[in-house]
Design a protein around this ligand. Structure first.
Ligand SMILES: Nc1ncnc2c1ncn2[C@@H]1O[C@H](COP(=O)(O)OP(=O)(O)O)[C@@H](O)[C@H]1O
Ligand SMILES: [Mg+2]
Length: 496
């Protein structure tokens, strides 16, 4: 403590004095006392530290005469406090006597001691706080330019959104504030997807994933989303902040990839399909010739002709069925609603595209273990594409090997999951290769034969079905398993 004069005191009073002095010097706020005419008469150590100015320099000044204090509005504030007898607050940037720039926040407080009117400058240095605030502001404006930002309360009610968010959703701020965030729900995701997400963030853990939303005009858009729960000191959730990036383009690109991979597999199928259709054509031709011959005999035997025409009709139906299936397969069904399909039909329709290819190379197709009653909710063409990819991969792996076979099974597991597996007579995939097979463009096949897209595209399709595609590492043969929920969310099913 630095004071201009000292009085004689008793030892007890002296001890008390020392205590006050220590407190005065060590409180974390800067204090300077000025007389009513503006002369500084007392300053604590904190104010010297804060301003980088020795106390005797502070004590040599009159508040009316320091230009920097005037500029910062401190002189006016001090005089106003003296005049009015009331505290006057300030919050200002100032250059100290030592040339240091500080942000000072505090008040001038008028006091009267022994009939002497004084004014006390009490201030804290808020430079660090301001800096942090400035940085936060900078981050915020950067984020606001890049991402859609949304704050919701604990219950998911929207309390703040930025412009990017409004632009993407097609709603105005006014329309969104106070609404439940489910206003953007597209119905695309399964119930368990939302439940998982809410469980995660409600437990205070950030969540990240890709969310499909619906904008005001009803169109779907995709967001790479991070949701960060903000918790208080006790760990209670205060609010949620979501930061989202538009990835609709990437998603649409993925769908195009699915389509082009399908076109590639169509190309692969061409030979097989020609054969599938050639078969019924041969039958039709041979039987028509027989009928012609029978018509020349006398008397004509209608029963014989009847049998032959029946077979011809069957052959025509079969050829027509393959062509219809092919048409359905080639179209882009990525936005179709989900439908209920019998697993047996799905697999048999898929096998129609490639059965003869397998049979001609001596590969046995086993389908006995397919549950005849099992129904799956799916986009049929897409799921068929996945199974066909697995069958082609199996074909490539075992063609020309002895006792080659593929076996397709299906089952409903205890966990309400439908499993469809495609096993071939190969001996599994070595671990170092198995690690990479799901990556796009990974192939062990020669150029022109493999694209490396089959499995990665299939995996994408399975994800859009809320399911999985995996290699069964436990099986001695090569076996892939498709897992699908037995029920898809209601909103994506085609209404009956
Ligand atoms: N049934 C299988 N048996 C052995 N290897 C397989 C089998 N299925 C996939 N693979 C491996 O996975 C790789 C990637 O498969 P995929 O994504 O369908 O691309 P592609 O068939 O064009 O190579 C294949 O090149 C092969 O090495
Ligand atoms: Mg393949």
């Amino acid at each position: 403590m630095h004071r201009s004069a000292k009085k004689k005191t008793t030892p007890k009073k002296q001890a008390l004095h020392q205590l006050y002095e220590a407190a005065f010097d060590n409180i974390p706020v800067g204090v300077v006392v000025f007389s009513a005419d503006g002369q500084s008469i007392m300053a604590n150590k904190t104010v010297s530290d804060m301003s980088g100015t020795p106390h005797d320099v502070i004590l040599s000044k009159n508040i009316k005469q320091v230009p920097a204090w005037k500029k910062a509005g401190l002189t006016d504030a001090a005089l106003k406090a003296i005049e009015s007898g009331k505290a006057v607050a300030f919050d200002t940037e100032l250059t100290t006597l030592a040339g240091k720039i500080v942000y000072a926040t505090g008040s001038f407080v008028p006091i009267t001691i022994n009939d002497k009117r004084l004014v006390m400058f009490i201030a804290s240095d808020t430079s660090e706080l301001r800096k942090a605030h400035g940085t936060a502001k900078f981050y915020r404006s950067a984020l606001d330019q890049l991402a859609a930002v949304c704050f919701t309360d604990k219950a998911g009610i929207i309390i703040h959104i930025n412009d990017v968010f409004c632009n993407l959703s097609g709603y105005t701020k006014k329309e969104l504030l106070g609404q439940d965030q489910r206003i953007l729900n597209s119905g695309y995701h399964s119930k368990s997807f939302s439940v998982d997400m809410w469980n995660t963030i409600a437990s205070g853990v950030p969540w990240r994933g890709e969310i499909c939303n619906r904008n005001k005009s009803g169109n779907l858009f995709w967001l790479d989303t991070s949701i960060i729960p903000q918790v208080d000191e006790k760990g209670n959730i205060e609010q949620y902040i979501s930061v989202q990036f538009d990835i609709s383009k990437k998603k649409n690109g993925e769908q195009q990839l699915i389509h082009s991979a399908k076109m590639t597999s169509l190309g692969e199928m061409a030979g097989g399909i020609a054969h599938e259709i050639n078969n019924p054509l041969t039958i039709i031709r041979a039987y028509t010739e027989q009928i012609q011959m029978l018509l020349e005999t006398n008397p004509v035997d209608p029963a014989k002709i009847q049998t032959l025409t029946q077979t011809i009709v069957k052959a025509v139906d079969r050829a027509a069925k393959i062509i219809t299936g092919l048409r359905a397969f080639a179209r882009d069904g990525s936005n179709d609603p989900f439908r209920e399909v019998k697993v047996t039909n799905l697999i048999n329709n898929t096998l129609d595209f490639c059965r003869s290819r397998f049979v001609h190379r001596g590969i046995q197709i086993k389908t006995e273990a397919i549950d005849p009653d099992l129904v799956v909710q799916c986009r049929e063409e897409q799921l068929s594409q996945v199974i066909l990819n697995l069958l082609f991969n199996a074909f490539d792996a075992i063609e020309g090997t002895p006792n080659a076979f593929v076996e397709i099974t299906s089952a409903l597991t205890l966990k309400d999951t439908i499993e469809i597996s495609v096993k071939d007579s190969g001996n599994g995939i070595p671990t170092d290769i198995a690690k990479k097979i799901m990556q796009p463009f990974f192939t062990t096949k020669e150029i022109g034969k493999g694209t490396g897209l089959g499995l990665s595209v299939s995996m994408g399709i399975m994800e859009s079905h809320h399911g999985k595609l995996m290699l069964d590492q436990e099986c001695q043969n090569t076996r892939f398993i498709l897992k699908l929920p037995s029920r898809q969310p209601k909103s994506i099913l085609k209404p009956k």
